[in-house]
Design a protein around this ligand. Structure first.
Ligand code: B12
Length: 319
């Protein structure tokens, strides 16, 4: 199925209307190099206890196991930086979790965009006189919730390069981006090219990580990552050798120091602004939240992922 450029333009403009700051198109190919690197990463145990990554390995490598006739991956970036500043001596929550859960918010937008794509009319190929309706078109979308290598597709689709802190950096916006993908059976005429890696000799993120989690350029050991320890570690304790440096949910250190991130570019999407209930709260105040209060405050927030037990554990670890 071939499709003309106008269709790509209308997808880009619909995505923009929905608030995505970048849209890129990648050919659905097997991720040979990226899956080899993923394999090495898993073998070195850098996934810590996130065994679900390995379980989805084959799908991560070959997107056609997710959609049999996949031809393209549309990579989308949503900018989430907001103006709030943490006080250095108060417990810190990572920026992506200041407001509402991005999974829900972006999923709604992906649904609208997918329905829009499915409703497009393709231009017939010259030899084909009949107009085909794109109900033949299939889409499947994910935002950090499927066996998809969001970052690898973002690189292929020209959204940005993978920085030494391992997050995708867009030259214009930096790395405060949520990534999502729409997989489709549409074959486009034109695909985007990867952008140049501009990290160069800069090692600011690697040097800033207080736990040494960025073990090498472009590689992370999750066991040492404060984000992993405060969100994904489901154990009762955080290892003694980890100093949370004030972070109680996620960590932004490697991105806060990145020269490509801008304080002055902020989203106007109120859903990602810091919850009023959390502003300026001390460790004592946050520790005093009851389970009911925790569940009420974080009902629509990513923070609920750590559960009340994890919240208490993380706060206790600051002592
Ligand atoms: C597992 C996971 C984690 C783990 C592991 C982190 C990681 N770097 O992968 C933990 C829990 C630590 C984590 C933390 C965070 N995460 Co996370 N996470 C994921 C998840 C679910 C899978 C990522 C994955 O496949 N990791 C596997 C490893 C192997 O991938 P990798 O580190 O990118 O490794 C590649 C490089 O090492 C590369 N490589 C190897 N050698 C070389 C050499 C060169 C030169 C180059 C260029 C590359 C390269 O090869 C590997 C494979 O491609 C994705 C969502 C998704 N479905 O993709 C979100 C995702 C990566 N996370 C995200 C976010 C926002 C975060 C946090 C910022 C949250 C926070 N504030 O606490 C932190 C950032 C920590 C950090 N510095 O990475 C965003 C990143 C958005 C962006 N701009 O890139 C994603 C994409 C979710 C989303 N859909 O928006 N996360």
């Amino acid at each position: 199925m071939l499709i003309d450029n106008n269709i790509q333009l209308s997808i880009r403009s619909k995505a923009e209307e929905l608030g995505f700051v970048k849209t890129g198109f990648a050919r659905a190919e097997i991720l040979e190099k990226e899956s080899d690197e993923l394999r090495q990463w898993l073998e070195l145990g850098y996934d810590a206890d996130m065994k679900w990554i390995e379980k989805g390995f084959d799908k991560r490598k070959d997107i056609r196991l997710v959609m049999e006739d996949a031809k393209s991956v549309i990579s989308l970036a949503y900018y989430y930086n907001t103006p709030y500043e943490h006080s250095e001596n108060l417990p810190k929550i990572s920026r992506y979790a200041w407001g509402k859960d991005y999974h829900k918010i972006i999923k709604k937008k992906l649904k609208v965009l997918s329905r829009f794509i499915e409703s497009l009319i393709i231009t017939p190929k010259p030899q084909n006189t009949e107009k085909q309706h794109l109900s033949l078109i299939k889409t499947k979308f994910y935002v950090d919730d499927g066996p998809i290598m969001d970052k690898a597709w973002a690189v292929k689709a020209g959204i940005g390069w993978q920085g030494k802190h391992t997050n995708i950096i867009n030259p214009e916006y930096g790395s405060w981006l949520f990534l999502s993908d729409i997989i489709t059976n549409i074959e486009f005429d034109i695909y985007d090219e990867p952008v140049e890696d501009m990290c160069g000799n800069c090692n600011i993120c690697i040097n800033a990580c207080p736990t040494g989690a960025l073990i090498d350029d472009y590689k992370i050991n999750s066991n040492l990552c404060i984000s992993y320890q405060t969100i994904e570690n489901k154990e009762d304790d955080i290892p003694g050798y980890i100093d949370l440096s004030g972070w109680i949910y996620g960590c932004d250190i490697c991105q806060d120091v990145c020269p490509f991130n801008h304080k002055d570019i902020v989203t106007d999407d109120a859903d990602f602004y810091m919850k009023e209930e959390l502003k300026g709260k001390t460790k004592e105040e946050l520790s005093a939240l009851t389970e009911e209060e925790f569940n009420a405050i974080f009902a629509d927030s990513p923070v609920k992922r750590t559960k009340y037990k994890g919240w208490k554990r993380n706060l206790k670890k600051l002592e």
